[in-house]
Design a protein around this ligand. Structure first.
Ligand SMILES: Cc1cc2nc3c(=O)[nH]c(=O)nc-3n(C[C@H](O)[C@H](O)[C@H](O)COP(=O)(O)OP(=O)(O)OC[C@H]3O[C@@H](n4cnc5c(N)ncnc54)[C@H](O)[C@@H]3O)c2cc1C
Length: 427
C-alpha cells in the first residue's frame, strides 16, 4: 500500500466533523480535519436533543460542553399563534429513562468547543483551509486543499469523512443524485434578540414553537439575555412579502402570543435567511468516502434533530471506517449500502414527525394533552431524539401515526379551528 499523510481526512469542523475526528482519534487513527472558516463563526442550529448527550459523552466532549454554562433545556412548548392552545413536552416524562435534559447552545461557542476537543485528542485541525477536490484511488484519496491566500496543496488520506454540511463547497459527482425531496421548499428568516419574555424557572430554558397557519416560529434561549428567534415558512410566502425582515416583523405583530413574547425585544444581530434546505442524497458512502450529518441529508429544523444526527452518524461512519481499516480494505458494496440504509431508516423517524407537525389534522393529535395508551410518553422520547425505535416506542409511534391518519376522516381528537389561526402577514 502507498503511504498517506493521515488515515482519515475529515471535511468540515461542524459538530459532525469534530465528532468524526474525535471518534477516529479514539480508535487510534491519525486524523486531519480541514475547515474552511476560522472559528468562532456563526451557525444556525442552536437547540440540542437529549439523545445527543450520550454521543458527546462517548466522544469525550460532554464534560467540556457541560462546563460551558449553556442554557439547560428541559423540554419544549408548542403553542398556537393566537394563544388558544399550548402543549408542553417535558423530557423527564418520556418513556425512555436518561433523556431528561440537554442544552440550548450558541453555536459559535459550541462548535469551537467540539473542534478544540478534536484537537486535544491529537487531530491535526486546519482552519481557514478549503477542500476543493477529492480524487479517490484504489488505496487512498488525494485531496486538493486551498488556503485563503490562494496557496494549494495535496493531502493523501486512506479515508474521507465528508461532514461539510449543507453549504459544502466540495462538488463530487456521487453527491449529485438525491432521492425525491420529501418536503416542499421552505425558508427560514432569523436573528438573535434581547428582551424576549421567558417562562419563570427551569421552563425558561425550553424551546418555544409557535405554530401559524402557514409556518412557525422558534424561540430558543441561548444565554441569559439572548434568544434566537426564527420564522419558517414556504419560500413562496416569504417572496410574497416586501422583504424577509418585514414579513418576520409583521407576522410577530399579527400574533397575540408572539407580540406578548417579543413586545419588549430588539434584534442584536443581522437578520439571515436560509432557503430550500431539504434534500436526501441517494448514497451516503463510496469505497473510501463516507458522508455524515447535513452532507448526507437535511429535512427540516422543527424537531431540532440536526446536531444530534450529525454527531451520531459521525460515530457510525468512523465505526464503519475503522472496521475496514483494520482489515486493510475499502468499504465493500454491502457496507456502503448498509450504512446508507441504516441512516435513512434512522432519519425516517424524524421525517414522519415532521410530516405530523405540518399536517393540520395530525398536528391536532400531536397537541392533545393526554392521548390514550400512554402514547404521549413514547412521543416525548422520540421528540427527545430516541429515533432508534425499540418495541415500546415502535408500537406507540405506529398507533400515534394511525390515529393521525384516521383524524383526517374522523375527528378522533378535537380539531383545531384554522379559521381563527394567525397566518403570515405579507401584504
Ligand atoms: C433554519 C435552520 C434551523 C436549524 N435549527 C436547528 C436546531 O435548533 N437544532 C439542531 O440540532 N439543528 C438545527 N438545524 C440543523 C443544523 O444546523 C445542522 O443539522 C447541523 O449544523 C449539521 O452539522 P454538520 O456538522 O453536519 O454541518 P455544519 O454544522 O454545517 O458544519 C459543516 C462545516 O463544514 C465546513 N465546510 C463546508 N465545506 C467545506 C469544504 N469544502 N472544506 C472545508 N470545510 C468545509 C463549513 O464551513 C462548516 O463549518 C437547523 C437548520 C436550519 C436550516
Amino acid at each position: 500500500m502507498e503511504a498517506t499523510d493521515c488515515d482519515v481526512l475529515v471535511i468540515g469542523g461542524g459538530p459532525g466533523g469534530s465528532s468524526a475526528a474525535a471518534f477516529a482519534r479514539l480508535k487510534g487513527l491519525s486524523v486531519c480535519l480541514v475547515e474552511k472558516d476560522t472559528f468562532p463563526r456563526f451557525h444556525i442550529g442552536e437547540s440540542l436533543l437529549p439523545m445527543g448527550n450520550s454521543v458527546l459523552q462517548a466522544s469525550g466532549a460532554w464534560p467540556k460542553v457541560e462546563a460551558a454554562g449553556f442554557v439547560r433545556k428541559l423540554g419544549a412548548e408548542f403553542m398556537l399563534a393566537d394563544g388558544s392552545e399550548a402543549k408542553e413536552i417535558v423530557f423527564a416524562e418520556g418513556y425512555v429513562p436518561g433523556l431528561k435534559s440537554t442544552f440550548q447552545v450558541e453555536r459559535a461557542r459550541f462548535d469551537a468547543i467540539l473542534l478544540d476537543h478534536a484537537g486535544s485528542l491529537g487531530a491535526d485541525v486546519r482552519t481557514g483551509v478549503t477542500v476543493r477536490a477529492v480524487a479517490p484511488e484504489r488505496d487512498f484519496v488525494a485531496a486538493t486543499l486551498s488556503r485563503a491566500d490562494g496557496e494549494t496543496s495535496t493531502l493523501r488520506a486512506r479515508w474521507v469523512v465528508d461532514a461539510g454540511g449543507r453549504d459544502n463547497l466540495l462538488d463530487r459527482p456521487e453527491k449529485k443524485p438525491c432521492d425525491p425531496a420529501p418536503f416542499p421548499k421552505r425558508a427560514a428568516v432569523y436573528s438573535h434578540f434581547e428582551g424576549v419574555r421567558r417562562a419563570p424557572g427551569g421552563k425558561g430554558g425550553n424551546i418555544v414553537i409557535v405554530r401559524l397557519l402557514d409556518g412557525w416560529f422558534w424561540l430558543i434561549p441561548i444565554s441569559a439575555e439572548r434568544t434566537s428567534v426564527g420564522l419558517v415558512t414556504s419560500i413562496g410566502a416569504l417572496r410574497a412579502g416586501d422583504d424577509p425582515e418585514s414579513v418576520f416583523r409583521s407576522t410577530v405583530a399579527g400574533s397575540a402570543r408572539l407580540s406578548e413574547l417579543m413586545g419588549q425585544s430588539r434584534p442584536v444581530a443581522p437578520f439571515r435567511v436560509t432557503a430550500d434546505y431539504s434534500y436526501v442524497r441517494s448514497r451516503f458512502a463510496s469505497p473510501r468516502i463516507i458522508l455524515a450529518g447535513d452532507a448526507a441529508v437535511f429535512y427540516d429544523p422543527i424537531f431540532s434533530s440536526g446536531v444530534y444526527v450529525s454527531t451520531y452518524w459521525a460515530q457510525l461512519a468512523v465505526g464503519a471506517i475503522a472496521r475496514a481499516h483494520a482489515a486493510g480494505r475499502p468499504l465493500s458494496g454491502r457496507e456502503q449500502a448498509g450504512y446508507t440504509r441504516r441512516l435513512k431508516r434512522h432519519c425516517s423517524v424524524f421525517r414522519r414527525l415532521i410530516e405530523v407537525f405540518y399536517d393540520n389534522h395530525s398536528f391536532a393529535v400531536f397537541m392533545t394533552q393526554k392521548p390514550p395508551l400512554d402514547l404521549n410518553r413514547g412521543i416525548i422520547s422520540i421528540v427527545a431524539g430516541h429515533a432508534r425505535l425499540t418495541w415500546p416506542l415502535w408500537w406507540r409511534f405506529r398507533v400515534f401515526l394511525a390515529v393521525c391518519r384516521l383524524q383526517r376522516s374522523f375527528p378522533i381528537v378535537k380539531r383545531i379551528d384554522h379559521s381563527a389561526r394567525v397566518s403570515l402577514k405579507t401584504a
